[in-house]
Design a protein around this ligand. Structure first.
Ligand SMILES: [Zn+2]
Ligand SMILES: [Zn+2]
Ligand SMILES: [Zn+2]
Length: 167
């Protein structure tokens, strides 16, 4: 988690050098696409966008490239429970950094937040320390997702469950 805060724009170039991989066109295009969006795209979403600009880049290439970028730690892969893997850049040049998610199980909305509450930071740091010690495991990152109902869905559900007024 700490390491993620030291990255800056174009940080993935260093990752490629470090891993000995070349920055090919599909790799560059997928990173740029993920850098432009705040959405959590599926492989099919990525394919449709990339395919618009370069029709010779196929779905298989997109799948393979995404997996490679995940392995390299450039892209994060999520499962929000809708049966499709979702991808996002670990850090964007627009300043999106390490964040946690709140997922609405009713409308599928995903809220990214990085303004953690104090209790959260303290709990995580204590948990990571404890786990590292107990299992002799060096923790480098974590994914946190909370599931529930967003503000809008709570209102809608309340409205629907309100008894109708008979005259
Ligand atoms: Zn975190
Ligand atoms: Zn919702
Ligand atoms: Zn996110």
């Amino acid at each position: 988690m700490r390491g993620f805060h030291r990255m800056n724009a174009g940080w993935w170039h260093g990752r490629f050098r470090g891993c000995g991989y070349r920055i090919t066109l599909p790799r560059q295009m997928i990173i740029e696409l993920l850098n432009r969006t705040t959405a959590h795209l599926s492989a099919e979403d990525v394919y449709l966008e990339v395919h618009k600009m370069h029709s010779d880049i196929g779905l298989t290439t997109v799948y393979r490239t995404l997996e490679l970028l995940v392995q390299m730690g450039i892209v994060l892969k999520f499962d929000f429970g809708d049966g499709r893997a979702r991808y996002e850049l670990a850090e964007t040049s627009k300043g999106r950094k390490h964040h946690h998610h709140m997922v609405c199980t009713n409308c599928g909305r995903i809220i990214d937040y990085a303004d953690f509450i104090d209790e959260e930071i303290e709990l995580l740091s204590r948990t990571e320390k404890g786990l590292s010690k107990k299992f002799n495991f060096e923790i480098t990152n974590h994914l946190i997702q909370f599931y529930g109902l967003c503000d809008q869905c709570q209102k809608t559900i309340k409205r629907l469950s309100r008894p109708s007024v008979s005259q």
